[in-house]
Design a protein around this ligand. Structure first.
Ligand SMILES: NC(=O)C1=CN([C@@H]2O[C@H](COP(=O)(O)OP(=O)(O)OC[C@H]3O[C@@H](n4cnc5c(N)ncnc54)[C@H](O)[C@@H]3O)[C@@H](O)[C@H]2O)[C@@H](O)CC1
Ligand SMILES: Nc1ncnc2c1ncn2[C@@H]1O[C@H](COP(=O)(O)OP(=O)(O)O)[C@@H](O)[C@H]1O
Ligand SMILES: [K+]
Length: 488
């Protein structure tokens, strides 16, 4: 598991440690860790050309110490001092080690093998100001970049990027990850995140990200039968969209449901039955549906309501009927549009509810602008979890899962190839199956996002010796069993 803590918690933990240790100990631990990663990336340190971007705070100081260590090993290290002043002791160490300070305040013209970004770290506030922003713009496009603690321009607490930001290949972060390294847009600037342990004693994390080794997907035991493994009910498809129903049902089946019950209008039921004879189907009336109709479908341990359902009165009745049951309900796609009209009061129920919006759907649910959701994903996913008293899974390049009172879970698997129509329907079927198996809602949602991302990668990269290929939602669905094989 990877853990991320807010700046406030990091500063408190640092303060507690600094009171116990000789001055400068934490900074030397941090900068030695940074230098080690830089040396590893360079391969051979001697005679390499390293450029330091040095801000006026301790982030710049870490960078000067790390640059000094590289200079001692024979690297040609040049520092651009961008702040109004630099950390005196760090600068003295850097010079004594053979480091050179650039004459001007701009990026030198010479060839560079590695840039170390030490403009701002956890002390950064708001968009990068000049001259920092101009330096970032002037960075040579092909040099490798290592960010010290946080890519400058990325808000460490939120991942928000208000202007120019350093795009790093690797971010070497100290003590714990920062939420902004796991949440987009910040996460996409961070590259690979390497953690350097500086011995902090930290409280509960604010954002966590599971590794595949942390996954605990449900597995059948000798006592299992199809009912005990979990029966998932799918309410999907309508006059306009039938594919969503086929994908959601297929995904639920591939994710190991004991049984999938599917209910819809006659035409959609026919299609699903032809494609998935394993599903148990029920034809529902075209109008006037309520809880009693769902009882007729049969007992389930979780409902998935929404993919391709449409947004008319019938769709509304079906969503309300599912919410009137006493089992977990996952609302997705058109179901979310219906829910946006009904308002948070519709989720006043005892059993858990999981909402799986993309940014546009969340914008409708919260009455916000889509661009604002994208810019402030962590804020909005938490706000939605509070407002709707539900587990909210916000889809996107880094998917986030929020539940009131728990750390936000960020998903690091996946690939941009997933941005294809229908992959969301696959995610909802998968998450619904995990819910029906009895997983707690946030864990079910986060595990589903993780497996979904793994399945997409498996489908997009079938051969590690060659490049990726485009994928369809169908490819993701059929790779779900292979994704399960990667979990312990
Ligand atoms: N406190 C400690 O003991 C440790 C701190 N460490 C380092 O210290 C860093 C934090 O240092 P600081 O608290 O000095 O803060 P930073 O060095 O991250 O940033 C503060 C400086 O950046 C400027 N600044 C802030 N926002 C800006 C913006 N938008 N545009 C331009 N300039 C801006 C400020 O005026 C100030 O000069 C960490 O990120 C980490 O690198 C590490 O050495 C580990 C130990
Ligand atoms: N840039 C991206 N990188 C990785 N995953 C992405 C990206 N964009 C979208 N996704 C994922 O692709 C899926 C798309 O789902 P969704 O938007 O609901 O599509 P649809 O409704 O067509 O099925 C989600 O799982 C989402 O997290
Ligand atoms: K930095």
């Amino acid at each position: 598991m990877r853990y991320a803590h807010t700046v406030e918690k990091v500063r408190a933990a640092e303060g507690a440690q600094m009171a116990l240790l000789p001055e400068g100990t934490l900074m030397r631990r941090a900068s030695t860790g940074l230098a080690t990663v830089c040396a590893r990336l360079l391969g051979r340190v001697y005679a390499t050309r390293v450029l330091l971007l040095v801000g006026g705070g301790d982030n710049g100081a870490d960078t000067l110490y790390a640059g000094g260590e590289l200079a001692r090993r024979g690297a040609r290290v040049t520092a651009v001092l961008a702040g109004s002043g630099a950390h005196e002791a760090a600068l003295a160490f850097f010079r004594a080690a053979g480091g050179r300070v650039a004459d001007g305040a701009g990026v030198p013209e010479s060839e560079i093998d590695l840039v170390i970004d030490g403009l701002v770290g956890i002390g950064g506030r708001g968009a990068l100001r000049e001259p920092y922003a101009a330096l970032v713009r002037a960075l040579p496009p092909h040099a490798a970049v290592i960010a010290c603690d946080v890519p400058s321009g990325v808000d460490a607490d939120t991942g928000e990027v208000g202007g120019e930001a350093v795009s790093a290949d690797v971010t070497v972060t100290f003590g714990t990850l920062k939420p902004g390294l796991l949440v987009d847009p910040g996460a996409s600037f961070a590259g690979l995140v390497e953690l350097v342990d500086i011995g902090l004693d930290l409280p509960e994390a604010d954002v966590v990200a599971a590794t595949t080794a942390d996954l605990r997907p449900p597995r059948p035991t000798v006592e299992s039968d199809k009912y005990r493994r979990g029966v998932v009910g799918v309410l999907a498809g309508g006059d306009s969209y039938t594919g969503a129903a086929v994908l959601a049902v297929g995904s639920a089946l591939h994710a190991g449901a004991g049984m999938v019950r599917f209910a819809s209008t006659e035409g959609v039921v026919d299609l699903v039955r032809q494609r998935w004879p394993e599903a148990v189907t029920t034809v529902l009336d075209a109008t006037g549906l309520d809880r009693a109709d769902l009882d007729r479908v049969g007992r389930v341990q979780a409902w998935v309501a929404g993919p391709g359902l449409g947004t008319d009165a019938r769709a509304r009745d079906l969503v309300l009927a599912a919410l009137a049951t006493d089992v977990p309900v996952l609302v997705d796609a058109d179901g979310l549009t219906v829910l946006a009209e009904l308002g948070p009061g519709a989720l006043d129920r005892a059993a858990p509810t999981v909402l799986t919006p993309h940014a546009g759907e969340l914008a409708r649910l919260l009455g916000a602008e889509r661009s604002d959701i994208e810019a402030r994903r962590l804020h909005h996913v938490r706000l939605a979890a509070e407002t709707f008293a539900a587990t909210v899974l916000l889809k996107g390049s880094t998917t986030l899962v929020a539940t009131r009172g728990e750390p936000v879970r960020a998903n690091l698997t996946g690939t941009p190839w997933l941005a294809a129509a229908g992959t969301g329907d696959v995610l909802s079927g998968l998450a619904g199956t995990l819910l029906s198996a009895g997983m707690p809602p946030a864990e079910a949602a986060a595990t589903a996002a993780h497996l979904h991302g793994l399945a997409a990668r498996i489908a997009a990269h079938p051969d590690p010796r060659s490049g990726p290929n485009p994928i369809t939602a169908w490819d993701v669905l059929t790779a779900i069993p292979a994704a399960f094989r990667q979990a312990p």
